[in-house]
Design a protein around this ligand. Structure first.
Ligand SMILES: Cc1ncc(COP(=O)(O)O)c(C=O)c1O
Length: 447
């Protein structure tokens, strides 16, 4: 660890890390990473860590992936960035064309932004502004699922329902309407029943707030930061019908679940329905550079298309909108996503991981082992039979994290939810080892 000490000392003098109580680093090691290759990260002392969470879910094909690295390096020799208002460039155009082919009609236009949160801001503003341009000025509210996470800039945070992130800033935030998420279910029939119950609640809410809602914002299939809560595609079919009936937009937040994570290229495709706005980020560049995109339909675009003097344009921008290096990384990532073997392979890897975790299924402190695609999760609970959670202050999940670090795995539970979202280049053997490390961590954490 000696090679780490200098970097850590220098870091703690000057850096304030994201989502961290900095005093934790008095006893929790900060890990200075100097290189990466495939699923593995190497720290300054030479120790390796398996990136089981794809570095906050951004990395799809491993670190320092040769095809993406080459594309970025090549683009950097040509053009690093140009203002996207009044100017354009080939990587941005090509990427938009490719995303629209992958997402399919009626999605027909792409707006770029530069993070997941900024994509959510764009989608919220577009939906609100569409209704305004259409003369429906009473539509000013949004609906979100309980437990939802949609980012942490003020607009996106307003939609986020995770108290840890939201509560402090409550007085500053918009107040969305909150509708129940489909309850956890252990089999297909109960998952469909849970989807129906949640959809019925949404329908009732929209009836009560008729004519005042712009959009329902839903992360399809897996509410990731809510604790990897999974629902049946049936919920999305019902959601689409209900939104149509009440003339309300559906904004699909596929920032985390897009690009193959759930077993299909986009999660909503498993339900055979299309959103009005599709938000993409994270894996869009394979984890290389910050870039996000909002895809929407031509009817939305046309509601803004007018003489300048009528002031109906979408006046929204970020300096790095459509950055050329990020678009080059994204185009290279899409090349890798074209591999027809990819999704069957990730499904097989996911099934293998779930199988490797099977010994936990009768553990007295583990509940809800679940999986969709290559996202796999379970919860640490004080008592499985009564589903009593551990008090959050005990930070049991953190013990799994600490054990992972010791063993060379980057597992970063969400509270007491332990999960796996590895890069697609993991091997079956890697994942069996990872399951063993996690199970050892569970033993230590639940003692
Ligand atoms: C579903 C979802 N939406 C939005 C965001 C925000 O993205 P970013 O952190 O890039 O702002 C995240 C980030 O974890 C997310 O998981």
């Amino acid at each position: 660890m000696s090679g780490n000490v200098d970097w850590v000392t220098r870091d703690l003098k000057v850096l304030w890390h994201p989502c961290t109580q900095m005093s934790d680093h008095e006893w929790l090691p900060l890990v200075p990473i100097v290189s990466g290759s495939g699923c593995w990260l190497t720290d300054a002392s030479g120790k390796r860590y398996f990136d089981a969470i794809s570095s906050w879910w951004v990395n799809l094909f491993g670190h320092a992936q040769p095809h993406i690295s080459e594309a970025v390096a090549e683009q950097a020799q040509r053009l690093e960035h140009v203002i996207l208002a009044g100017f354009t460039h080939p990587p941005a155009i090509t990427l938009a064309e490719r995303l629209l082919v992958l997402a399919g009609a009626p999605l027909a236009k792409v707006i770029y932004a530069d993070s997941g949160s900024s994509a959510i801001e764009v989608a919220l503003k577009l939906s609100f502004h569409y209704w305004r341009n259409s003369g429906q000025t009473a539509r000013q509210r949004f609906v979100v699922l309980e437990g939802a996470y949609h980012g942490e800039t003020l607009g996106a945070l307003s939609m986020t329902q995770v108290p840890l992130y939201r509560e402090t800033y409550g007085p500053l935030l918009l107040q969305p309407l909150v509708t129940p998420a489909p309850a956890a279910a252990s089999d297909e029939a109960s998952a469909i029943a849970a989807a129906d119950a949640a959809a019925d609640a949404l329908e009732l809410l929209l009836r009560q707030h008729q004519g005042t809602v712009c959009a329902v914002l839903v992360e399809p299939l897996v509410q990731c930061a809510a604790g990897m809560r999974m629902h049946h595609p049936h919920y999305l079919r019902r959601l689409r019908e209900i939104c149509n009936r009440h003339q309300v937009h559906w904004i699909a937040d596929e920032i985390a679940v897009g690009f193959g994570r759930t077993g299909s290229l986009f999660a909503h495709q498993q339900a055979g329905v299309k959103p009005d706005f599709l938000c993409l980020a994270k894996g869009l560049t394979g984890g290389y550079l910050p870039l996000s995109a909002v895809l929407t339909g031509d009817h939305i675009y046309q509601a803004f298309y007018d003489d300048y003097a009528n002031l109906r344009a979408f006046m929204h921008s970020h300096s790095y909108t459509g950055n050329a290096l990020a678009c080059a990384a994204a185009n290279a990532t899409l090349d890798l996503l074209e591999d027809p073997q990819l999704l069957p392979r990730t499904e097989k890897l996911g099934a293998g991981l779930e199988q490797a975790l099977a010994p936990l299924s009768d553990h007295g402190h583990v509940s809800g082992i679940r999986r969709r695609g290559l996202i796999c999760a379970f919860d640490l609970v004080q008592d499985r039979s009564s589903q009593t959670p551990y008090p959050w202050q005990e930070r049991r999940g953190l013990r799994v994290y600490q054990h992972g670090l010791e063993r060379g795995a980057l597992l970063r539970p969400l509270g007491n939810t332990v999960y796996f979202m590895p890069p697609y280049v993991a091997t079956a053997e890697d994942l069996r080892w990872l399951a063993d490390v996690a199970m050892e961590g569970v033993e230590l954490a639940t003692r």
